[in-house]
Design a protein around this ligand. Structure first.
Ligand code: EPU
Length: 434
């Protein structure tokens, strides 16, 4: 298991290329299970979660091939990742095994596509994870309303469809609000259902819109994506297409926070600030300057950081996937900040680790009260999940002394070459192989 050694104190300055979105690419790859012919996806980041999804698609009879990077450079930036081709060559396999689902919960995205196209799916039930209980009841309920039947068998969800799925009008929200992957799963399946499906209470995240846009290129008839009411007119079949995934808004937000916490100046390329409006709003309140020009964002920070209040919400609210990273910044604000987690109320494993670095954070239920301190100190800390790890990297960048972050495989799931990108703009960070 690799670790990061981070010697804090350097101001970050320079240009960072933002990668394609992991959370867009994963369900889009799964949706390719429904297409006839070849699909070519561009901008898919090189991450261990993408490797896991490629492996899963391979087990489900797809040929997945990554092209060499194109010599399609943007200024001094790195070459873009080569496109990913996905072709379904055998439709007999229908099982997502525990060994893969265990490492990547997004494996659940194959449920809807398999049921719609192959009429049968066996998906290991994803257990809880470091960010809390993560049920899939809304996925199952939505697909049941389209006519699929389910049973559980030896830790698996076994779903079947007799004939064809049938469109209907349904409410898809849950106690915690809409579900992102649940919306994508049911929306994807409904593209091949008979008649019209209306999803009320759908998630509005940009990743849902990206998947709907890709499905429409394949011949689906989806409208209303990006609003809480999505209409899907079922079609007989889908054909492979070419699609570029959207930029990773969470990676972009993490680098915005990296500029802010190090009192640095970063130019972030290939990103879409429209997807980060709530994040920009909070950062400006803290005292961070955010400017944009076309697809480039300039972030610079004042030395004094104002405390703020923030509650995570479904899109377009502040994303839960940047909660931990914002908390790292607010540890150094001049006063008391309050963060409330509305999406995953237990997503606070970073609190204890940040406190070990000298932060003063008190947790009360789903709320954390952060009393700003003058400085953080390097320490040996442990990554517990992807975004918590990113928060500890940010804290390490500004802490006095050396931070050793263990278990960085969590961060490799979702940040493409994060240590190389940070080192290129002045961070003192190195990967230590065990
Ligand atoms: N929920 C249910 N039942 C369900 C599904 C969800 O109760 O069947 C609840 C969840 O427990 C949670 C809320 O609904 O309280 C929202 O969860 P959602 O379903 O939207 O989460 P997800 O689709 O499983 C995706 C991202 C997460 C991100 C969340 C929220 C991917 C692969 N994952 O998960 O990303 O935090 O949306 O925006 O797209 C990450 O990248 O680090 C990550 C965890």
């Amino acid at each position: 298991m690799d670790s990061f050694l981070i010697r804090g104190g350097n101001r970050l300055k320079g240009t960072v290329q933002i990668s394609g979105s992991k959370n867009s690419a994963l369900p889009i790859m799964a949706a390719c299970l429904m297409a006839e012919g070849k699909s070519t996806l561009k901008g898919v980041p090189r991450l261990s979660d993408i490797d896991s999804m490629s492996k899963l698609l391979g087990e489900l009879g797809c040929h997945v091939y990554r092209h060499e990077p194109a010599d399609d450079r943007d200024g001094d930036g790195p070459a873009l990742n080569g496109p990913l081709d996905i072709v379904v060559t055998d439709e007999r396999m229908c099982e997502a095994r525990y060994e893969i689902v265990r490492t990547m919960r997004a494996s659940i995205c194959v449920l809807g596509p398999l049921l719609a196209k192959r009429k049968r799916a066996i998906v290991s039930i994803p257990g809880g994870c470091a960010i809390g209980d993560r049920p899939v009841d809304l996925h199952v309920r939505g697909l049941q309303k389209l006519g699929a039947t389910f049973r559980t068998e030896n830790g698996n969800i076994v779903g079947e469809v007799h004939g064809r799925l049938r469109g209907c009008r349904m409410y898809l929200g849950g106690a915690q609000g809409p579900t992102v992957l649940g919306t994508i799963n049911v929306m994807s399946a409904a593209t091949l259902a008979e008649g019209e499906t209306v999803l009320v209470g759908a998630a509005c995240e940009p990743e849902v819109v990206d998947c709907a846009n890709m499905l429409n290129k394949m011949g689906a008839r989806i409208r209303g994506q990006g609003t809480p009411e999505i209409h899907i007119e079922g079609v007989e079949s889908l054909v492979g297409c070419e699609h570029r995934v959207i930029p990773d808004r969470i990676e972009c937000g993490t680098f915005m926070l990296a500029a802010a916490i190090t009192n640095g100046e970063l130019e972030l390329k290939r990103c879409n600030l429209d997807h980060l409006i709530a994040v920009t709003d909070r950062l400006e309140e803290v005292g961070v300057r955010v400017e944009r020009e076309n697809g480039t964002v300039f972030v610079s920070s004042a030395r004094r950081l104002n405390p703020v209040e923030m509650t995570t919400q479904p899109y377009p609210g502040f994303p839960t996937d940047l909660q931990a990273q914002l908390m790292a910044l607010l540890c150094l604000a001049d006063g008391m900040s309050v963060i409330t987690e509305r999406i995953f109320p237990d997503r606070f494993l970073h609190v204890g680790e940040l406190n070990r670095m000298g932060a003063r954070i008190r947790k009360e239920g789903a709320t954390a009260v952060i009393q700003g301190v003058k400085e953080l100190q390097g320490a040996n800390v442990m990554a517990s999940d992807l975004r918590a790890s990113a928060a500890l990297v940010l804290a390490g960048l500004v802490a006095r002394g050396t931070t050793r972050l263990d278990r960085v495989y969590h961060i490799d799931r979702g940040y493409e070459k994060i240590e190389e990108k940070l080192a290129a703009v002045g961070a003192d960070i190195e990967r230590v192989k065990e």
